[in-house]
Write a protein that binds this ligand. Structure first.
Ligand code: DAH
Length: 447
């Protein structure tokens, strides 16, 4: 089901300027913001972004809501916590080449194939990604640029940028977030690698003791060394990876009391062995990064047959939420001065909460035509209509009629603006549009 169909199917081209404040409200009210400078345009047969035409096909599911985020680039806004964290990490990884301005519009080759992600891998589905068409997608991770980085000639680099994923809606999920990718490679010579690792470890000792670090992972058949690698080479490479990441975490969290960090085994198509790092925060383990020894086939694609490398990919919002004490992921996007003016480049400061504008809560319930249901697609329709005004969508009732066996769902939608008070009137209008779109997209029977 094409989530955004009702938004894309328009007789008149729609032009939106992506920097328009509360641009999503324009969407909801069907008053389109137009601009002849930078922007994007939905035409019958193509989506145009900054003059580049992307022909539409059955994969197209990008929405004006998500494209309106393209030029925000929070990682480049000096006072935004995302940018502050990026800088701090970049300064820690001294000497790494930094790429911060690569376009988030990438080919499916870059986002998936280059990374050895199989053709039938679930991460490719339309319900998880924003496609322009079958060959072009908004990058879902900064790993989409690993090969470009490898081909750049730099033997250690960082790539930061905005990434896009269709997702549920709540305080810690937003369809756009930011990641940083890191990659380092060495000559495939065990003695040389070991010497370099030793030197790096000595120059960057782990001396803070406010962090309890648990790593009981061992290399084993279920998380193996690659066939083409030798144990004596992989061991120092893995040691360098782990030291580099642990020291980065210790630097970032130097002032955070009693932090617990743990390493666990993981799986990624583009690394082996692979791990994840988690941080214990407010009673739960948060996954903050994935990493591992780069698949040699990927190094080969860049012509680096005789090199061996490690890589990581890390979400910046989660780190920023912990470090700055920011309770809601949407706040990063706020243009409210009470948020924007709180932060200073180069400094980690705790967020001072200010009173939130009042919410407006509406329920929607309906009978499903059949038993299958995709919540991401549902949330996307709501986001398409209500834009950033939707703060949270949660299911409050899931009921199957004992006789007819029909299934009925009820969702509670919390609307709130980060920047102003919403009126019941405008939310009623949006809710009406949500109901109509949901009914059309999913052929449900509204109750
Ligand atoms: N790209 C992965 C994700 O977004 C994270 C990741 C895992 C990046 C392992 C890496 C890596 O570079 O080596 O889930």
């Amino acid at each position: 089901m094409l989530v955004s169909a009702s938004l894309l199917r328009r007789t008149h081209p729609v032009v939106c300027r992506s920097s328009a404040p509360v641009s999503l409200l324009y969407l909801a009210r069907r008053q389109w913001y137009s601009s002849s400078t930078t922007g994007f345009e939905f035409k019958d047969k193509e989506v145009v972004v900054d003059g580049v035409k992307y022909p539409k096909d059955e994969w197209t599911n990008v929405t004006p809501t998500v494209l309106s985020k393209l030029d925000r680039k929070l990682h480049l806004q000096p006072r935004n916590p995302i940018c502050i964290i990026r800088h701090l990490i970049e300064s820690h990884f001294n000497g790494y080449k930094c790429f911060n301005n690569l376009s988030p519009i990438v080919t499916t080759q870059q986002n998936f194939d280059d990374l050895l992600i199989p053709a039938d891998h679930p991460s490719r589905t339309k319900s998880d990604n924003y496609y322009f068409n079958k060959d072009t997608v908004l990058r879902a991770h900064t790993s989409a640029h690993q090969l470009e980085g490898l081909r750049s000639g730099a033997d250690k680099f960082l790539i930061s940028g905005d990434v896009y994923r269709r997702d549920e809606i709540d305080a810690s999920h937003f369809p756009v977030f930011h990641q940083m990718e890191g990659l380092v490679y060495f000559d495939n010579d065990p003695a040389k690698i070991a010497a370099q690792v030793q030197a790096d470890i000595e120059s960057n000792a782990l001396n803070s003791n406010n962090i309890k670090l648990v790593d009981d992972t061992v290399i084993k058949p279920s998380n193996p060394i690659q066939e083409r690698h030798m144990e004596e080479t992989v061991k120092p490479v893995a040691a360098h990876l782990k030291h580099s990441i642990n020291s980065m975490i210790r630097t970032l969290f130097a002032d955070e009391p009693n932090l617990e960090v743990r390493w666990i085994d993981a799986y990624f198509p583009f690394t082996s062995p692979s791990w994840e790092v988690e941080i214990y925060y407010k009673g739960e383990w948060l996954e903050v990064l994935g990493c591992g020894v780069v698949q040699q086939a990927l190094m080969d694609k860049a012509g680096l047959h005789n090199k061996i490398g490690w890589a990581f990919g890390m979400g910046l919002e989660r780190l920023a939420m912990v470090l700055f004490g920011i309770p809601d992921i949407r706040l990063f996007w706020s243009q409210d001065e009470r948020f924007v003016n709180q932060f200073t480049p180069g400094q980690i400061q705790k967020f001072q909460p200010f009173s939130k504008y009042p919410p407006c809560i509406k329920d929607i319930s309906f009978w499903l035509p059949e038993n299958t249901w995709n919540e991401n697609n549902f949330c996307e329709v709501i986001r398409g209509v209500a834009g950033d005004l939707v703060e949270n969508v949660k299911i409050i009732d899931d009921f199957t009629h004992p006789k007819t066996k029909r299934r009925s769902l009820c969702y509670r939608i919390l609307y709130r603006s980060m920047d102003r008070s919403v009126t019941n009137e405008e939310i009623n209008e949006i809710q009406e549009n949500v109901r109509t779109s949901v009914q059309k997209e999913f052929s449900v029977e509204l109750r």
